[in-house]
Design a binder for this molecule. Structure first.
Ligand code: G16
Length: 559
């Protein structure tokens, strides 16, 4: 089977490339102002269609710019397992997105097809599931993506409509596994796993007690809208959702997980005295990230301060919860004694979390560059792997073989009741988590079930370890591509002299650590610093930001 070049050219001619712009395949696909993305999204549709033919599986395409402002948009592609598009395909996606000559578009596609044997290993027909979040440019761009998919003969486009990003990734995975893949199936799976965990709570005292309350910041996005699907069927948790987008709030503006985590500020409509100590959670714009927080009286007792529980705290809680049950299994069932368990973080992980995981839990910790595409693959190498970025993006993965053993072992084969229960609990956890990608809904209910199970409050959870003070800043530079890094982004190799300048700043503070990297979703360089005190962390971040500004052609004033 070959490429229908005239069909492709005809369709592509409706989506001209805007002149003078280079589109980069970033941390999670393409992102830019929504008004200039039609061509890129159309061509991403072509990539998704070819990937479907190449793998003989259903592929997903999501229109979203996640945590970015409302006027931005973007595209993420989900592979057959629901994880991000194979990194081997990124250079092809990028060169296709930037080809200005229509005849050459066909050439780029044909060259890639030949090189990768797209049609050798494929089925003769393919399918792409398409969805979008609530951004105003979403409908138009979804249509462009659909036309891109349909420009490739034999591939059909199924438009699902408005979803969270993790819902689409979950549906792609479920479709390819041949199990129920509807939105209702998604809600049912999370809710049945959650109920199962809660039912196993040891010596549950307050069966008739009012349900737990979680106040959710929906970031004025799709997460707030879709959460009602779960709210209706989950017992024991009462959700109060704010920033739903219906009261005039703007997507990601002064709300959402990225704002709360980076700015350490309450989202709009939070921080009231009546919320004091209550458990709160914040989603990002497409609900693939979540962070938790609560408010407490400031030390001077005059105001209210925010206590943030970020992705590192989530990871640590889940590691404690899972390890407890895994140890039960390992010690009681000899053929499970070698089951391995590890966690994956990035350089943004607070040093206190990594220390706790290694020294207190004895867990293997691996670092990767930023981007779930990197963390996911590392975590998948363990029988149970947990990965989280500090920004709240992460999940738990169960290796297929280990999962099969847990499912198939008869109750009588477990030597003790405790071991059998541990196996059931791990299976229930595997139902609540979204094994395709980080998912704010799954993590919300997994965290809630872990807290209920261990009879912990959010304050107990917060007290596991004390974060080292840290600060993140953004620096605008003329071209962020001039920054190059190595060692999982902990060292910068270009521009010359920047790393030694950072080392000099780090040496000025106690317990200092700092690194810089170009963002793959925004036009900025990110600066991270931590130190023994908040003043020192702030000072270190500022010092490093000034060096970035000086050596990497900063734009405007340094932060
Ligand atoms: C995406 C990626 C995350 C990454 C984040 C920020 O998240 O999926 O893995 O941490 O971008 O990336 P950067 O620092 O390169 O801008 P999201 O939620 O925006 O899709």
């Amino acid at each position: 089977m070959g490429l229908d070049a005239s069909r492709l050219i005809k369709a592509a001619s409706g989506f001209p490339l805007p002149p003078g712009i280079h589109f980069s395949y970033g941390t999670a696909g393409f992102r830019a102002d929504g008004s200039i993305l039609d061509c890129v999204v159309f061509r991403a549709g072509i990539v998704a269609a070819l990937r479907s033919l190449n793998t003989g599986s259903t592929i997903g395409l999501m229109i979203t710019a996640s945590h970015n402002p409302i006027q931005d948009n973007g595209v993420k592609i989900a592979d057959p397992n629901g994880d991000m598009l194979s990194q081997e395909w990124e250079p092809f996606a990028e060169s296709l997105a930037n080809e200005s000559n229509l005849e050459n578009v066909v050439q780029v596609v044909e060259d890639f097809m030949q090189k990768n044997g797209v049609f050798k290993v494929s089925a003769s027909s393919g399918k792409v599931l398409l969805a979008r979040d609530t951004r105003p440019s979403g409908g138009r761009l979804l249509d462009a993506a659909k036309q891109g998919v349909e420009a490739i003969a034999g591939v059909s486009a199924e438009v699902i409509g408005v979803l969270t990003t993790p819902q689409l990734h979950w549906m792609v995975r479920a479709t390819n596994r041949g199990v129920g893949a509807s939105e209702h199936d998604y809600y049912s799976q999370i809710s049945s796993g959650f109920k199962c965990i809660v039912d196993m709570i040891p010596m549950r005292k307050n069966l008739a007690s009012p349900s737990e309350l979680v106040i959710v910041d929906g970031a004025n996005g799709v997460g707030a809208m879709k959460l009602s699907g779960l709210q209706a069927i989950i017992p024991n948790v009462q959700l109060n959702v704010r920033n739903c987008g219906s009261e005039g709030g703007i997507l990601n503006e002064l709300v959402g997980a990225d704002y709360v985590q980076k700015e350490r500020k309450f989202p709009q409509n939070f921080g009231h005295a009546s919320d004091l100590t209550k458990m709160c959670a914040s989603f990002d714009g497409d609900a693939d990230r979540i962070v938790f927080f609560y408010s407490q009286k400031s030390e001077d007792a005059e105001g209210i301060t925010l206590r943030l529980l970020d992705g590192d705290k989530i990871l640590t809680l889940l590691a404690i919860f899972i390890q407890k049950h895994l140890q039960e299994l390992r010690s009681e069932v000899h053929w499970l004694s070698s089951v391995n368990f590890g966690v994956v973080q990035t350089a943004y992980a607070n040093g206190a979390s990594t220390k706790f995981l290694k020294e207190n839990l004895g867990v293997e910790v691996v670092l990767t560059p930023t981007g779930v595409k990197h963390l996911h693959h590392k975590a998948a190498q363990y029988d149970i792997g947990i990965y989280f970025e500090a920004n709240g993006h992460g999940t738990v993965l169960f290796k297929e073989e280990f999962f099969a053993v847990l499912t198939k072992t008869a109750p009588s084969e477990f030597r003790t009741e405790a071991a059998y229960k541990a196996a059931r609990l791990l299976l229930a956890i595997s139902d609540v988590v979204n094994q395709a990608i980080g998912d704010a809904f799954s993590v919300l209910f997994l965290v809630e079930s872990a807290l209920q199970y261990m009879n912990w409050t959010i304050q107990d959870w917060d007290a596991i370890y004390k974060d080292l003070p840290s600060r993140q800043l953004k620096v605008k530079v003329q071209d962020r591509a001039v920054l190059r890094t190595t060692n999982s982004e902990t060292k910068v190799t270009h521009p010359q002299g920047l790393q030694s300048a950072i080392d000099m700043e780090v040496a000025k503070v106690t317990c200092g650590r700092a690194f810089v990297r170009p963002s793959g979703t925004e036009d900025v360089v990110r600066v991270y610093a931590e130190a023994a005190t908040q003043d020192e962390a702030d000072c270190l971040a500022r010092g490093v930001a000034i060096h970035v500004h000086n050596l990497a052609q900063g734009v405007g004033l340094p932060p």
